[in-house]
Design a protein around this ligand. Structure first.
Ligand SMILES: *Cc1c(COP(=O)(O)O)cnc(C)c1O
Length: 361
């Protein structure tokens, strides 16, 4: 069974990709050109924001989003410990302090009911993560942010095309970040990322930051970085963006099949809230005997993963922040979660085989 799906996906679009790469290669222009400009325009239109700025990675998108908001030493940002590490790195790399809020055990996203307890006079922003492709509960988050005058930075790195109450995630907060890491719902053939926003000033700032802090050649108004989505990746992503909605629908179909076949298996299948259009970047179940289930699947040649086995506050790099911190829902999730294979090319028979391997014995 193809548990990742990138090869089958390439087979579908190989002709288009080769033509696009040939176009870029023969153009002789590789950085900050027309391919990037077009893709930025298309992606902004897809999400429904005014601006999209292409960067090297989702990690850089988060780093520069936090920086563009002027968040730094002495500031606190509320986020989750149940996420990929770079959601939190972006805060620390700007000299600010992450403050962890526990998750809602049903959605695996930040629990809005626990946010206000953690707000202090140093709090500058909330950074919710739309984990696994399910939107965080944005209405209460936006209301709390308004009440306390905080920025909202959406980590949408796993949620290209997901909707909250009919609105695409990424266009709800002040600024949002996407990753085009190859296995993401919209993936490049290498690294890539994007910041989206409706704010003119933030967009300008991120544009300068990604290009050595320069508004024009040889004038550097602040210290920036080199973080640009190159022309080849932009051309590739432009093609793949056209397929994102159908690919997300296929992921949803796979999830529906799993839900059906795992019904009664004793595993807790993912919850899709009424407010959510989940895009199933990952299909994550809970099981009390997770390690046994995983070993059984491995023996059948089915590759599963754990996203993520160790919460951020228990990582050696962050021990100063909270080895003694208690986040019960986060810690329980880490013990019970298992990501089953999911991608747009997974077949009905594949899903059946995974479910059979779980249910039998
Ligand atoms: C993938 C991911 C990132 C980082 O993106 P990269 O492009 O790999 O740097 C950040 N946050 C979340 C939630 C992610 O899934």
């Amino acid at each position: 069974m193809d548990c990742v799906g990138l090869k089958s996906q390439y087979d579908e679009i190989a002709g288009e990709i080769k033509a696009a790469l040939d176009r870029v290669l023969t153009s002789g222009w590789f950085i900050l050109g027309q391919e990037l400009a077009s893709f930025e325009e298309e992606f902004a239109e897809y999400i429904g924001t005014q601006y999209a700025i292409g960067l090297n990675s989702g990690s850089d998108a988060l780093l520069l989003a936090v920086k563009a908001l002027g968040i730094g030493p002495g500031d606190e940002v509320l986020t989750v410990a149940h996420t990929y590490i770079s959601s939190v790195d972006s805060i620390v790399r700007n000299g600010a302090t992450p403050v962890f809020v526990d998750i809602d055990p049903e959605t695996f996203c930040i629990d809005p009911a626990q946010i206000e307890d953690k707000i202090t006079e140093k709090t500058k922003a909330i950074l919710p993560v739309h984990l696994y492709g399910q939107p965080a509960d944005m209405t209460p988050i936006m209301n709390i942010a308004k009440r306390h005058n905080l920025f909202v930075i959406e980590d949408a790195c796993q949620a290209h095309g997901a909707k909250y109450k009919g609105e695409k995630v990424g266009g709800i907060g002040d600024i949002a970040c996407f990753s085009f890491y190859p296995v993401k719902n919209l993936g490049a053939y290498g690294d890539g990322g994007m910041v989206v926003t409706n704010d003119d000033e933030l967009a300008e700032k991120v544009k300068m930051l990604r290009n050595y802090g320069q508004p024009e050649k040889h004038r550097h108004v602040f210290v920036g970085v080199n973080s640009r989505l190159d022309e080849m990746q932009s051309a590739i992503l432009s093609i793949k963006l056209k397929y994102l909605d159908p690919w997300n629908q296929s992921r949803h179909q796979v999830a529906d099949w799993y839900n059906e076949y795992l019904n009664g298996s004793g595993l807790v299948t993912p919850v899709e809230k009424d407010y959510a259009e989940h895009v199933y970047h990952l299909y994550v179940v809970r099981c009390k005997n997770r390690d046994t289930v995983q070993q059984k699947l491995t023996k059948c040649g089915i590759h599963t993963q754990i996203h993520y086995p160790v919460p951020v506050h228990k990582q050696p790099a962050y021990q100063n922040l909270g080895f003694d911190l208690s986040l019960p829902a986060t810690e329980q999730a880490c013990r019970e979660i298992l990501s089953l294979p999911i991608h747009p090319c997974l077949t009905h028979d594949d899903v059946r085989a995974v479910a059979d391997a779980i249910v039998t014995t």
